[in-house]
Design a protein around this ligand. Structure first.
Ligand code: SF4
Ligand code: SF4
Length: 332
């Protein structure tokens, strides 16, 4: 559809100003880059923070909400925050409960426990164990006297902040709280909104590790994925899983090998795997304890050093931008 519009625009540039406007809109489309890794500890967050300092006009989204740490490096100033209600838990009204025990029978999570006896009767009354309750709502559905209601639960907090390189959206999930995927979606939604309003070129997402629900929530609809991996047997196996996930959702995946020189032979295997599966390796970064030192100093790598390490990260960022231009869907 876009290609057709472009051809028409080129053939008849006089009477189609409205078409030109549409093309400008398309050109301005913010590009969403998600940086993920099969597991934690690959240096993903340091690389994302470095990209933030290299991008001229980006919104940063920390979607690693289970273990958010981008803020430790970028030290954002919180402008706005809001509570996040991601799920519900059951509540039994002790005034209404007749102690029939139906809910206990129906709850497969064994989250309904005795809470004493009904006045002047032998029957038990029950209460919900909030840790065990998964919020499925089965008990509320089956309770014959509608004594059970499903109550919204505060699972965490969302923050809209400003850091030294622009806007940042991040979040904090409560201890032992769930619904990470929903919170990730909320972070991305807010980042997109800010990017649209401010005319940003990029949204850079620090995605969660693994291949579970929060990762899926981080990558769906993104323009490109950068998988940060390290040269270990588990690193290669994690890379394969993450890449399959990206393929499943039809999102172009690229790879960056961090600490490649700690095991050159596995680094080579990673490159071979990528070659075989048409995945672009955008760069290899050498091991350097400047990663740790920069984090301690709350600095990004290009802020901390101007040496080879910064050059290697800059080169990955440059190639990532180039990949976005070369994407079949991109209009430049
Ligand atoms: S099903 Fe309803 S009435 Fe029966 S024990 Fe549970 S809460 Fe009480
Ligand atoms: S909502 Fe589901 S998990 Fe929670 S107490 Fe009711 S049946 Fe059990």
């Amino acid at each position: 559809m876009i290609a057709v519009v472009l051809v028409v625009a080129a053939m008849n540039p006089v009477n189609i100003d409205h078409v030109r406007i549409d093309i400008q809109e398309i050109k301005r489309k913010v590009k969403e880059i998600v940086v993920i890794s099969g597991k934690g500890g690959t240096g993903k967050t340091s690389i994302v923070a470095s990209f933030a300092s290299l991008a001229q006009n980006a919104v940063l989204a920390d979607c690693d909400v289970d273990a958010a740490d981008l803020h430790l490096v970028l030290d954002p100033h919180i402008k706005r925050s809001q509570d996040f209600y991601g799920g519900k838990k059951a509540y039994i009204d002790p005034e209404k409960c007749t102690g029939c025990g139906m809910c206990v029978e129906m709850c497969r999570f064994e989250a309904i426990i005795e809470d004493g006896k009904l006045k002047n009767q032998d029957s038990n009354i029950y209460k919900i164990d909030p840790i065990g309750c998964e919020g499925c709502g089965v008990c509320a559905y089956f309770c014959p006297v509608t004594a059970i209601t499903m109550e919204p639960q505060k699972n965490g907090k969302l923050f809209i902040s400003e850091m030294r390189y622009g806007p940042m959206v991040h979040a904090k999930l409560g201890i032992a709280e769930e619904n990470t995927g929903k919170l990730v979606a909320l972070v991305r939604e807010n980042a997109r909104e800010i990017a649209r309003k401010e005319g940003a070129d990029y949204i850079i997402v620090d995605g969660p590790p693994g291949v579970g629900c929060p990762v899926i929530s981080s990558i769906t609809g993104a323009d490109i994925i950068l998988i940060v991996t390290e040269p270990t047997v588990s690193g290669l196996s994690d890379l394969k899983r993450v890449e399959k996930l990206a393929r499943h959702f039809n999102i172009p995946a690229t790879v960056c090998i961090n600490k490649w020189d700690i095991n050159p032979s596995i680094s080579e295997k990673i490159c071979d795997y990528c070659d075989k599966h048409q995945i672009r390796v955008l760069g290899k970064i050498r091991y350097d304890n400047a990663f740790t030192k920069a984090q301690i100093m709350k600095a990004t790598i290009p802020e901390y050093t101007s040496g080879y390490l910064a050059d290697e990260i800059k080169s990955v960022w440059g190639r990532l931008q180039q990949q976005l231009i070369e994407l079949p869907s991109a209009i430049q």
